[in-house]
Design a protein around this ligand. Structure first.
Ligand code: ADP
Ligand code: MG
Length: 227
């Protein structure tokens, strides 16, 4: 579960500050996708960055599985991020020299001690996830050999590598056509149910919203009525 409790986030703007997120609260439960929508500049990515514990809010709390992130040391927060949060950013930051499979297994090399057993488990999980996102045939391909939609699938699989309880996804369809975009949304809905993640999905594309379990809309950083 993830709970955002009265989150306010400001950025410096000349002599003043701009309020990117203004007193936003929301909760996402396991097995559900909460859509976050709103016009460009309304604070969607800022809110997601706070949820991802990448930016500390001015006010408010992020609670992941009953752990209040603001009470953690930076090191504990980094561990929580690695173990419990899966993050898919807007731009797919895959490593050009690695195959699809290696993009996933490299996650296993981060932080935790290595062992042969861990490595073979990571390889199995990578293959299962690539299978789940429909890329079983493309494991050995590098990013330049994959389409935009396929790269986005690798991104999603990679975010799930550590079996996170929370999945955070920012505009996954922005670089895709309508049909490929819809199939990425399908995939996120399906994986959320299969893996029981609490998912926050930012999209400004209204056609996808009816399929989500809940939708919130931001306007000028604030929660607004669904238009
Ligand atoms: P959205 O994702 O909905 O398009 P953002 O969260 O990116 O909106 O931006 C919300 C507001 O915060 C905008 O006014 C934007 O200019 C501002 N903003 C976002 N990131 C920063 C930053 N790192 N520094 C200063 N202002 C920022
Ligand atoms: Mg954004």
């Amino acid at each position: 579960m993830i709970r955002l409790d009265h989150i306010t986030l400001t950025f410096p703007d000349g002599d003043t500050r701009v309020t990117a997120v203004d007193d936003v609260s929301l909760t996402a439960r396991p097995g559900t996708v909460t859509g976050i929508t709103g016009p460009s500049g309304s604070g969607k990515s800022s809110l997601l960055a706070v949820a991802a514990t990448l930016i500390r809010p001015d006010r408010g709390h992020v609670v992941v599985d009953d752990v209040d992130v603001s009470r953690l040391t930076p090191r504990e927060a980094a561990e929580l991020r690695r173990d419990r949060l899966g993050i898919v950013f807007q731009q797919s930051n895959l490593i050009p020299s690695l195959t699809a499979r290696e993009q996933l297994t490299v996650m296993n090399e981060l932080g935790a001690p290595r062992s042969r057993r861990r490595r073979s488990r990571a390889a199995e999980r990578a293959d299962a996830l690539l299978d789940a996102v429909g890329l079983a045939e493309h494991r050995e391909k590098r990013p330049h050999q994959l389409s935009g939609g396929q790269r986005q699938r690798v991104n999603i699989a990679r975010a799930l590598m550590n079996d996170p309880s929370v999945l955070l996804v920012d505009e996954p369809t922005s670089a895709l056509d309508q049909e490929r975009g819809a199939s990425i949304i399908d995939l996120i809905l399906q994986l959320t149910e299969q893996l029981n993640t609490s998912t926050l999905l930012v999209t400004h594309d209204l056609v996808h919203l009816p399929r989500m379990h809940a939708v919130v809309r931001l306007v000028d950083g604030r929660l607004a009525e669904i238009a």
